[in-house]
Ligand binder design. Structure first.
Ligand SMILES: [Zn+2]
Length: 245
């Protein structure tokens, strides 16, 4: 997949990155990323993926845009109230970068559908708002060995880690027995920070650059403006991933 003159121009600044160059850009162009959830995290993540030239972006959500989304879900505007989030987001992303393919999938993450969603996907970005759907997606990602970039936010705080099935703890290792989809406070800029980190990890993984946030859980606290990372390890008894090696 070689680059066109327009693409060389568009991606000029990232082509200059050490270890990136045209081969890195060509890898992005050939990549398929699934964004699960098109809310606070997903709208930001999808914009950076499209702007960076990830060739195929699948958006999954089962919600429509309401007024209280607009403080943080920055791809949805007043004129989108009542629209499916997947359609609202896909339309803007196509205007941002018409050379990438955006596939809106208006559906709910459940046990029946997720396996078919993650096949033929290189990376899944977790931009969901509840742990139950996250655990379902985690199981499918582990089963198909698809990297899963976990991100979560609450108020001024957020967390990120990169899950590489068989090599790092999975979500069930990290948060066993945790469920719930309680409505949490969110400063709009918090998912902006966390989704930016998730896309950074995704692009590093796809292009083979840098050192991934693997076996480390990064916590962000915007109130005191501090990042902290802690080592995490696999649970040898994990019901989801312990049989992988
Ligand atoms: Zn596990």
């Amino acid at each position: 997949m070689s680059l066109t003159t327009e693409e060389r121009n568009r991606y000029d600044r990232q082509l200059m990155l050490d270890g990136f160059g045209e081969p890195g850009q060509e890898r992005l162009k050939a990549s398929r990323v699934l964004v699960a959830g098109v809310g606070g995290l997903g709208t930001v993540a999808a914009q950076y993926l499209a702007a960076a030239g990830v060739g195929r972006i699948v958006l999954v959500d089962y919600d429509v845009v309401v007024m209280s989304n607009l403080n943080r879900q920055i791809l949805h505007w007043e004129s989108d109230l009542g629209r499916k989030k997947t359609d609202s987001a896909a339309e803007k992303l196509s205007q941002l970068n018409s050379t990438v393919t955006v596939i809106p999938r208006y559906l709910k993450i459940d046990d029946e559908i997720t396996d078919s969603l993650v096949t033929e996907i290189d990376v899944v970005i977790d931009a969901l708002d509840n742990l139950e759907a996250r655990q379902i997606l985690n199981r499918s990602c582990v089963k198909h060995r698809v990297p899963f970039i976990f991100g979560g936010v609450n108020g001024f705080k957020g967390m990120v880690t990169t899950i590489l099935p068989g090599r790092t703890p999975c979500l069930a290792c990290l948060f066993p027995n945790r469920t719930g989809s309680r409505k949490l406070p969110v400063l709009g800029a918090t998912p902006g920070v966390i989704a930016g980190l998730q896309v950074t990890e995704t692009i590093k993984y796809l292009t083979g650059n840098g050192r991934l946030l693997a076996n480390r859980l990064l916590s962000y606290d915007g109130e005191i403006m501090r990042f902290k990372d802690t080592s995490v390890s696999r649970n040898p008894e994990c019901p989801v991933c312990s049989s992988l090696d």
